[in-house]
Design a protein around this ligand. Structure first.
Ligand SMILES: Nc1nc2c(ncn2[C@@H]2O[C@H](COP(=O)(O)OP(=O)(O)OP(=O)(O)O)[C@@H](O)[C@H]2O)c(=O)[nH]1
Ligand SMILES: [Mg+2]
Length: 337
């Protein structure tokens, strides 16, 4: 999963990036810094446990990669340069950091910052739609796409983000290639002062309230110090763990597991993915040559202790291509190429 960290300059994007990745990228550049790239492993105790049982050569967790781009200040017109915009198009979701701490530079208003940047994205998408509509009206090459885009244009003109405009499956297909900014799912992080960590809500967004500055300090500590520091501050769980859960819920992601002496591994997929597609996550050959999936839920496997015991007990199910994978399924794919 690739996530873009967005928000106005000084909202704390790079500070959050450091808190999530444990890296120490330089903060406070005001739109002149470099993009930061980082990857985290998704904590999954099931993978740890399976690795204890199988003692595999390799243990692999799911990963989330982050892109943190410097932004311009609010109200400066263009928040990102074209290169940054192109970068933003490549991510699957946004983490939108809004400033909720007081740095002495005047009143902070997380909600209006959020709406202002949303409006910039809506405008950027509107321009994309307009350009394409103009072209399609001239060359009549695709009446279906034109109709879709006109509908989209009407919504965007009324300041609605694409994600709030109902689209048919065909509409979705027609606009997918544009990678519209206001279509991407958003997780809002309200970056507050450590003295007031009370959760803020900004409907209808999924919101995490945290102090990026404190969390970045937390991330830099070793495990023993960390627990002490967190409890002293009354923080139950580090930002990274809260973040991963929220991101999975936002994108409706689940994990299935594969085991063996070579590798124990978690794979991230969208809820509702059929077995044959899940197989394709591992390798296109397994998707193409899919015969069946042998499935046992993680909990059952742990109770019984081995694949052989699961088979004996009749708990290893044989499933076909269309089987909908559920969270925690341990799967062995049978395939033929
Ligand atoms: N008091 C306080 N300061 C913070 C907090 N989070 C970030 N800062 C400070 O705000 C300044 C800007 O933070 P950055 O993380 O660099 O902000 P940014 O969003 O990456 O800014 P650009 O890269 O310019 O777009 C830094 O000096 C941070 O130390 C916070 O929770 N509390
Ligand atoms: Mg920054």
């Amino acid at each position: 999963m690739r996530v873009g960290i967005i928000g106005y300059s000084g909202s704390g994007k790079t500070t959050l990036f450091n808190a999530l990745t444990g890296l120490s990228a330089a903060t406070g550049f005001g739109g002149k810094g470099k993009a930061n790239l980082g990857v985290i492993k998704v904590p999954d105790p099931r993978v740890v446990k399976l690795a204890e049982i199988f003692k595999p050569k390799k243990t692999t967790f799911s990963e989330i990669s982050f892109v943190d781009l410097p932004a311009a200040a609010r109200g400066s017109g263009e928040t990102w340069d074209p290169k940054a915009l192109a970068e933003l198009k490549t991510v699957e979701a946004f983490v939108h950091v809004v400033k909720g701490f007081d740095d002495g530079a005047g009143k902070t208003d997380p909600e209006s910052d959020l709406r202002a940047l949303e409006a910039e994205f809506v405008l950027a998408d509107l321009l994309v739609a307009e350009k394409r509509i103009e072209r399609l009206r001239k060359d009549h090459s695709n009446p279906t796409e034109l109709k879709t885009l006109e509908g989209l244009h009407a919504g965007l003109s009324a300041e609605r983000p694409v994600r709030d405009i109902p689209l048919s499956v065909e509409d979705e297909r027609a606009v997918a290639g544009f990678k519209l900014l206001s279509q991407k799912p958003i997780l809002v992080v309200v970056n507050v002062d450590e003295s007031d960590l009370a959760p803020r809500e900004i409907p209808p967004f999924r919101t995490l309230t945290l102090s990026a500055k404190v969390e970045a300090e937390v991330a830099a500590l070793d495990a023993a110090e960390r627990a002490e520091f967190l409890s002293a501050l009354g923080i139950e769980e580090p930002a990274r763990d809260r973040f991963v859960r929220a991101a999975f819920a936002l994108l409706d992601l689940i994990a299935f597991l594969t085991t063996g002496e070579d590798e124990c591994r978690a794979w991230t997929i969208r809820r509702g993915t059929p077995a044959v597609r899940a197989a394709g996550k591992i390798h296109s050959d397994i998707e193409r040559g899919f015969i069946r999936a042998e499935v046992v839920p993680y909990e059952t496997f742990i109770q019984l202790g081995s694949d052989a015991k699961c088979r004996e007990a009749g708990k290893m199910r044989l499933e076909g291509k269309e089987y909908v994978v559920t969270d925690g399924d341990i799967i062995h794919f049978r395939f033929n190429v």
